[in-house]
Design a protein around this ligand. Structure first.
Ligand SMILES: Cc1cc2nc3c(=O)[nH]c(=O)nc-3n(C[C@H](O)[C@H](O)[C@H](O)COP(=O)(O)OP(=O)(O)OC[C@H]3O[C@@H](n4cnc5c(N)ncnc54)[C@H](O)[C@@H]3O)c2cc1C
Length: 485
């Protein structure tokens, strides 16, 4: 079983299929730190991955299933490495769960071609998504470009198929005799060997990176993911009421676990459909709303397969390639540091920098501010999020950024630009969230905190706004209006 971003025992489709077909089995994880850096995987998302891997290794070993670890620099080295390893370990079938961004698809095609020469099958399972990308299509067979019709089509096809998404059991323990047959390590051509221990450092990544303690404090692994899911099940019925209010913290915070695979999408669907009388829609409003969010995730995963140009750094809407993005590096730096002078934007960016996570409403606000008010290329924001979020996921992040920048799948026209001040008043009415992350403004009352009066900035050591949101909105709308269709 070749593990990637599916680091769990329970409800792991490929692991289940491997366990069913093979009496004697082992796991392998191949770290590719240079490719991870090229993909902008940040220190904390990788730390979370490696820590989850260590926990998975212990759980597998308890069931007499060894987990091997290999480090190579890039994806391009994986086919040859797997070829050698499968020969040396006398493997006769390799199982994995499919991954969908373009480079991952190409890596798997290359592995399949390499192993085919020895008639060794690579069996890929659908696991990261509920259904295979490409299976939900419009009447003319194309992938959906807009979320709402995708969601309608998905629910029409699957509303009564709760059973189809029922989680699978973890593999049973293997016999002690078989476990003893696996070597402790084997030599592999290249710089590192195949070993049965996950190291503390991988390339220039570390299991315990420096930086902010609160980012490092995220608990990891399958048990932590299961606890988060169980805790959220208690409050899911209220999700729709408070999910847009960042100070309430009532969303599930399951994204870091979903993304490294410590929790499966089917486990989430099972919990929510149970809370919803076995259905996708109707029943509990909270559960229905949350299930819809899970379908946003599904939609973006399908989008990268249906429209792979988004994996090549290209906008989903080709004409938006011509947007005259600003090259004011100081604006981008102020945005990254949470020093734009717009309190809700700065509080959000400080939440990201301090905790590795940001509330969804705030992701939309800061992305709109960067791409519209500062007219900065969405790819810069996309990259910064990839490098800093503990839940960084290519499909969801690219989808979210392009949605906010009007280069993507948003059904609303480009002239809908979020006003950060009205968003702030609406979703953080008493300023509680802002005060948590901007101590300079902690003494301001709820009237002033969203858009502090001019004389207050200097007194409080807080910067004046770097742009006028009304004027910059007009400039952005003109820039988009001038694009050739
Ligand atoms: C600019 C931008 C960048 C984003 N980058 C990422 C990212 O790198 N990784 C990531 O997982 N999500 C990303 N999102 C989506 C969303 O913000 C997070 O999934 C959500 O905030 C995670 O918190 P939660 O687990 O408490 O979500 P909940 O509200 O509890 O939702 C449950 C799950 O549904 C999925 N989900 C919810 N909203 C979305 C959405 N809009 N798009 C896709 N999936 C969604 C997530 O898997 C989430 O864990 C981004 C959104 C925007 C606007």
């Amino acid at each position: 079983m070749w593990f990637r971003n599916d680091l769990r025992m329970a409800d792991n489709t490929a692991l289940y299929r491997a366990a069913k077909s093979c009496e004697c089995m082992a796991g392998i994880f191949i770290a590719c730190p240079e490719t991870w850096r090229e993909h902008n995987d940040g220190d904390h998302v990788v730390a979370m991955r490696l820590r989850s891997l260590m926990q998975l290794q212990r759980a597998l070993e308890k069931k007499h299933i060894p987990l091997y670890f290999l480090e190579v620099a890039t994806f391009s080295e994986v086919p040859a490495a797997l070829d050698q390893i499968t020969q040396k370990l006398k493997i006769d079938a390799l199982f994995a769960n499919a991954e969908y961004p373009l480079n991952e698809l190409r890596r798997d095609q290359a592995v399949r071609a390499q192993l085919k020469k020895r008639r060794l099958p690579l069996e890929l399972s659908t696991d990261r998504t509920l259904v295979p990308p490409g299976s939900i299509t419009t009447g003319d067979g194309a992938g959906y470009k807009v979320f709402t019709p995708f969601k309608r089509a998905f629910i029409a096809a699957h509303d009564n198929s709760g059973e189809a998404f029922a989680p699978l059991p973890a593999p049973r323990s293997r016999s002690d005799d078989h476990a003893g047959q696996w070597p402790e390590w084997i030599a592999v051509e290249g710089d590192s060997n195949l070993v049965r221990r996950v190291p503390d450092t991988v390339g220039d990544y570390a299991v315990a990176p420096g930086g902010n303690q609160r980012v490092r404090d995220w608990s990891t692994g399958e048990a932590a993911g299961a606890r988060a899911l169980k805790a959220f099940a208690e409050t899911i019925d209220d999700y729709h009421r408070w999910r847009d209010f960042p100070a309430q913290e009532n969303t599930s915070r399951l994204s870091p676990y979903l993304n490294c695979g410590a929790v499966s999408i089917r486990q989430c669907v099972q919990m929510a459909t149970q809370a919803n009388g076995g259905r996708w829609a109707g029943g509990s409003e909270g559960a229905t709303t949350w299930l819809s969010e899970l379908l946003w995730r599904e939609f973006y995963q399908h989008l990268v397969v249906n429209y792979p140009r988004v994996c090549r750094n290209k906008p989903f809407k080709p004409e938006t390639e011509a947007v005259p993005w600003s090259d004011r590096e100081q604006d981008f730096a102020a945005w990254c540091e949470g020093k734009t002078g717009v309190p809700i934007v700065d509080a959000a960016m400080r939440q990201l920098n301090e905790t590795g996570w940001m509330h969804n409403r705030l992701r939309m606000i800061v992305a709109s501010f960067l791409t519209k008010n500062l007219l900065t290329d969405w790819r810069k924001g996309e990259r910064y999020f990839m490098q800093t979020l503990v839940d960084a996921d290519f499909a969801a992040n690219n989808g979210g950024w392009q949605w906010a920048a009007s280069t993507g799948t948003d059904a609303a026209p480009y002239f809908r630009v979020f006003n950060p001040y009205s968003q702030s008043k609406r979703y953080d009415p008493d300023g509680r969230f802002i005060r948590t992350y901007i101590p300079e403004l902690a003494e301001l009352g709820h009237r002033d905190i969203h858009c502090p009066p001019r004389d207050i900035f200097a007194d409080h050591g807080y910067p004046a706004p770097i742009c006028d949101v009304t004027e910059s909105r007009k400039t952005a709308i003109e820039a988009f209006a001038n694009l050739k269709k």
